[in-house]
Design a protein around this ligand. Sequence first.
Ligand code: NDP
Length: 246
Amino acid sequence: MADTNPSYRLALVTGGTRGIGAAISRALQAAGRRVVASYRNGHEQAARFRDDTGIETVSFDVADLEQTRVAMADLTSRFGPVSVLVNNAGIIRDIGLVRMERDTWDAVLDTNLGSAFNLCRLLLPAMREQRWGRIVNITSVNGQTGQFGQTHYAAAKAGLQGFTRSLALECARYGVTVNALAPGYVETEMLSELSSETMARVLSGIPVGRLGQPEEIAAGVAFLTADTSGFVTGSTLSINGGQYMS
Ligand code: NDP
């Protein structure tokens, strides 16, 4: 369907003010979408991003259904229904399972996976009603392969891929596509948590021999959310420098 109706144009990118999400927000803006970028606590970064790009920002905790409900009610009353949703916000809290506390497990699952339930549950009815929508869930190569210290993160990201395929089936008849994008290691603040030894090991496992750039992930999201991508649904697009070939 042609993107001539303004109600089809609004895109929400969670975690969209920095890292991979900021590149996605910029790419969707360049593709002609009206973009709102969400974040949680990084108010100064969000203000700089808003000034640089003119992209609207909104702050709420994607892991919290009630906060998300209030934020989405406000957002849709100001800008109209969301037609493109990119579930990008995520956290890592690496630790071996035998030392992991239950609240760490819950935080990682709720932020990386529960957030997709919260946002899709709230925004999907309007997409189905419009008979047009694009949902992209940002997973991870570590959800495809497993990773030491990431039982919680890998479970959440692998779960998000199953969520994607199931929701794609539920949405297919309504013109709403649902896809996953699994990045490999990408140069953002998230990786600053890795030690130099871990980073050296990571680099040695990437066939192209370098980290990815946020813009290389954003280009994949632009493809999956394009008006011309209506036949692409339930897929996982891996952008990982050859680290894992699916
Ligand atoms: P960053 O840590 O750079 O940015 C994370 C973003 O998510 C921030 O905007 C942050 O908001 C937001 N966020 C985190 N928790 C919440 C929350 N509870 N509620 C709302 N917003 C939240 O991450 P990256 O850009 O590196 O990663 C983006 C996505 O890509 C994640 O899903 C990650 O798992 C995935 N990924 C990243 C890889 C990498 O190598 N970087 C590899 C594979 C996947 P605030 O600014 O307020 O903190």
